[in-house]
Design a binder for this molecule. Structure first.
Ligand code: C2E
Ligand code: MG
Ligand code: MG
Length: 484
């Protein structure tokens, strides 16, 4: 029984827990530090940010948060593999740590996103100098995967307390500023401000609204006539997209098309424009009793779409439009993209027997050899050179040079954005084939196009008569009835 039991001694156990303690520390360290770069992670950054805000409140020293995102990191991973990507991230981490003081924090937020927390700065300008220093440090090529890879980063800078009173807001606003730096062309830093916040909000609203533009029936195609100097006749129309958003009102193409290109919405929208333009141009041709060329703009993004030639031939087939009546406007950059895929797609489009025009010619990097290789049918001289042609500036020679070159190569040439008779006259004298611009006609709803064409051709023939009779406009004489 129990009472019979006597305590005869103690048996002692002693555990050495150093190892376990170390493991616990390791685990804590691992949770707070990134395995790849050894940098603090989001959680530790949060703690340090809390403390830094407190110190800054007491000392009144300037504190700044920088959100850093590499440009084109995905491309490195895709092209050179994940281990090269990892190597690059390690180098980036080292460069960032090297560029700031020991007391500052460099953290990795995940992926290719880093945050730098700067404390005790003397002024706001100082924070910007550090941002520039980081950009410089990240702009040198990185050795990864046995190669030197070009690199750059975009940085969003947010100051405490102007840019927010708590950690969440500061991080969010640094992100907003970074996003803005990206949308402005990358490889730069931007300081968070309320202006940037509203521009970013606008952009996000546009992105959301664009998603429903097509199914919501908010899109329309309008048409702008193109007129031949030689005959004074309208030879074709360019299809131009219009968006009247239910939530945002009328949005200009120059604002929404770049966004649609970035989000990829341009693929579905571009296909819709193509189908609509082919169908409406066919109907218009039948109504007028003559065929007009219909020019449709293609985004470079559509050239990453292997199915583009099929989409185009389907649109032609469904509309009944002759392939020779369809002209696709592409930009020079598509031609020189040196993407084998884009080249293959362009070859397959050519095989459909439609026409190819180079839009905004003169603004990109053109290569005459590509223009000849793809049998480009026409060049559209960019508006900026057309506007310059009557000026004294040296750039006034550009449009003239393009016209001479195109004529020599027997490529049709169109002037875009002609806004005055003086410019039109000069272009005609230089030997330009055709013109398009507000001076002749604005982009017009389909229903009004027949009337616009009629009026335009009438006034062209009147001014031709005027030219022949020495510049003075003739008095319009009513035709004399035959019976008289
Ligand atoms: P773009 O293809 O170069 O089109 C010519 C632009 O110049 C049109 O602007 C037109 O309205 C404008 N314009 C025409 N004549 C004059 C003029 O005399 N003076 C001035 N100042 N402007 C003139 P819009 O319609 O705003 O389109 C802007 C750009 O958006 C187009 O430039 C084109 O790159 C793009 N875009 C328009 N529709 C589409 C589309 O369906 N698909 C794609 N991918 N892009 C499109
Ligand atoms: Mg165009
Ligand atoms: Mg253009």
């Amino acid at each position: 029984t129990t009472e019979e039991k006597q305590i005869t001694g103690w048996l002692c156990f002693a555990y050495d827990i150093t190892e376990r303690k170390r493991t616990q520390d390791d685990i804590a360290h691992m949770a707070q530090h990134d395995a790849l770069t050894g940098l603090p992670t989001r959680t530790l950054l949060h703690d340090r940010l809390q403390m830094a805000m407190e110190r800054s409140r007491r000392s009144k020293g300037v504190m700044a948060l920088l959100m850093i995102d590499l440009d084109n990191f995905k491309r490195v991973n895709d092209l050179h593999g994940h281990s090269a990507g990892d190597e690059l991230l390690v180098t980036v981490a080292k460069r960032l740590e090297h560029a700031v003081r020991k007391s500052d924090t460099v953290a990795r937020m995940g992926g290719d996103e880093f945050v730098v927390l700067l404390e005790d700065l003397k002024s706001h300008a100082h924070a910007e100098r550090v941002a520039q220093k980081l950009l410089d440090a990240l702009s040198a090529p990185v050795r990864a995967g046995g190669e030197f890879l070009p690199m750059s980063a975009s940085i969003g800078l947010c100051l405490y307390p102007d840019g927010g009173h708590d950690a969440e807001t500061l991080l969010k606003n640094a992100d907003v500023a970074m996003y803005y730096a990206k949308s402005e062309g990358r490889a730069a830093y931007r300081v968070f401000s309320t202006d940037i916040a509203s521009a970013t909000a606008r952009r996000r609203n546009l992105e959301t609204a664009l998603e429903s533009a097509l199914v919501g029936n908010e899109l329309e195609v309008v048409y702008q006539p193109q007129i031949a100097f030689g005959t004074g006749r309208v030879t074709g129309v360019e299809a131009l997209l219009r968006w009247n958003s239910r939530s945002l009102g009328v949005v200009h193409p120059s604002e929404f098309i770049p966004i649609a290109e970035e989000t990829g919405a341009i693929l579905a929208i571009g296909e819709w424009v193509l189908r609509t333009a082919c169908r409406e141009a066919h109907a218009l041709g039948q109504q007028l009793g003559r065929s007009l060329t219909i020019a449709v703009n293609l985004s470079p993004r559509q050239f990453q779409q292997e199915s583009l030639p099929t989409i185009v031939s389907d649109a032609l087939g469904a509309s009944g439009l002759a392939p020779e009546s369809l002209e696709l406007e592409i930009t020079e950059n598509v031609l020189v993209s040196d993407s084998a895929k884009a080249m293959r797609i362009l070859d397959r489009l050519r095989a459909l027997k439609l026409r190819i025009a180079i839009d905004d010619f003169g603004t990109g990097y053109s290569s005459m050899s590509y223009i000849l290789r793809f049998n480009v049918n026409r060049l559209k001289i960019d508006q900026s050179f057309i506007r310059d042609i009557t000026s004294e500036r040296p750039t006034s020679a550009i449009a003239r040079a393009i016209i001479a070159m195109a004529t020599g190569l027997q490529i049709n040439v169109v002037a875009e954005g002609v806004e005055s008779s003086a410019i039109g006259d000069m272009l005609r004298d230089e030997g330009c084939d055709e013109a398009q611009g507000f001076y002749y006609a604005r982009p017009t709803a389909l229903a009004d196009i027949p009337e616009v064409i009629r009026n335009l051709e009438k006034s062209m023939s009147l001014s031709a008569v005027a030219r022949r009779s020495g510049g003075s406009l003739p008095v319009v004489v009513e035709p004399i009835p035959m019976s008289a």
